[in-house]
Design a protein around this ligand. Structure first.
Ligand SMILES: [Fe+2]
Ligand SMILES: [Fe+2]
Length: 374
């Protein structure tokens, strides 16, 4: 008997989508949820903010671009896209090399958590807001992120694990960020998300023999959603020039450095995954940073100098320090603690060294709107 159940990809409303996720949670594994619950510097977090301040934004200064973007999102170009179809090849989870399987599952869980983190934040803004423009935008973005998280969870279920998203919503710790930090962090994570998905997609387009899982075929349309979300945050920031000038530029530099460094360290924890994709993680990082920097020139007056002679070697040292922290933790005891502590200090120093590399400055264009070109 074939029982037709609704699919998250068909749902156009975030609440229904989450209700469906909840119904499926019975199959979800403790393991995946435990991983998603972790709150370290390197794992995706959940955020909360001053929603009233966010709600007070007046988008009139960017009205024309705003309306065009909202119309694009309302048209829902990816409705029905996030669903397995005949392009979804059979995945041989049993036959997958154990190291790769472990890293790939870790990648999926972390991506699912990150997508869902966007969903809960946007959904909460939609729930609390009274400003029609803001509520509409956040509703549309929450819809997209619920689909993305749901689709990754569908892929995880085939491997016998999945994240219990309902449990996460209730139990995962929320980090408070004031709205301007939400703009910087979320804008960057949307744009770097676009750059990451499109770089993998284009690489596998040229080297299909490395496409070891069908989910990568979905990345092209997927990154279109992330691109639009990034555009929305660029417009929100454009409404208030103070957000991208003066002392705030130091904060922008801080978030750029933190987001790039976190990505570098996190990706370098997954050597088997990148080997299977046929991707050198250093090349990948550099390629994603280059694209992200070019995109963020639409709104940020600085970009990081990723060609600076200190940039790459410091990232490598940061990665080694991170390995040292993990080793110290697993060794345990006093010597383990000391090792972990010494490497934390080393990692902090690396961060300072990255942060103090002089940034590239440039003029920000009058209009922020961009089209995806990669
Ligand atoms: Fe997403
Ligand atoms: Fe997004």
């Amino acid at each position: 008997m074939n029982v037709q159940t609704p699919h998250t990809a068909d749902i156009t409303n975030v609440d229904e989508s989450l209700a469906l996720q909840e119904a499926q949670a019975k199959m979800d594994s403790q393991f995946a949820t435990d991983v998603a619950m972790q709150n370290t510097l390197l794992t995706p977090r959940f955020y909360t903010t001053d929603f009233d301040q966010l709600d007070a934004i007046d988008v009139s200064p960017v009205r024309k671009d705003w309306d065009a973007l909202i119309a694009e999102m309302e048209a829902d170009p990816n409705k029905g896209h996030f669903k397995k179809n005949e392009d979804w090849d059979e995945v041989d989870w049993e036959g997958m090399e154990p190291g790769l399987k472990k890293e790939f599952i870790d990648f999926l869980i972390s991506s699912c958590t990150a997508e869902f983190s966007g969903c809960v934040l946007y959904k909460e803004m939609k729930r609390r807001g009274k400003n029609g423009d803001i509520v509409q935008l956040f509703q549309l973005m929450a819809r997209d992120e619920a689909r993305h998280a749901g689709f990754i969870n569908d892929a995880l279920r085939e491997a016998g694990v999945a994240v219990n998203l309902g449990f996460l919503t209730q139990k995962k710790k929320y980090t408070f960020f004031q709205p301007k930090f939400i703009y910087y962090a979320t804008y960057l994570s949307e744009k770097i998300g676009y750059a990451r998905y499109i770089t993998i997609y284009r690489h596998l387009e040229a080297h299909p023999e490395h496409r070891f899982h069908p989910i990568f075929k979905w990345f092209l349309e997927w990154c279109g959603d992330e691109f639009r979300h990034g555009e929305a945050f660029a417009l929100l920031m454009k409404t208030d020039p103070k957000l991208t000038s003066g002392r705030n530029v130091l904060w922008i530099k801080f978030f750029l450095t933190a987001v790039y460094a976190t990505m570098y360290v996190r990706d370098h924890q997954r050597p088997e995954f990148h080997k299977a994709l046929g991707v050198d993680p250093d090349w990948y990082a550099h390629s994603v940073f280059t694209k992200t920097s070019a995109l963020t020139e639409q709104i940020f007056p600085i970009t990081l100098d990723i060609e600076h002679p200190r940039w790459q070697p410091t990232l490598e040292r940061l990665h080694r320090a991170n390995v040292g922290i993990a080793e110290g933790k697993s060794e345990g005891g006093l010597s383990g603690r000391l090792k972990s502590w010494a490497n934390s200090a080393r990692a902090a120093l690396c961060f300072v060294q990255l942060y103090t590399i002089p940034a590239n400055k440039h003029r920000v264009p009058q209009s922020t709107r961009l089209e995806p070109v990669y």
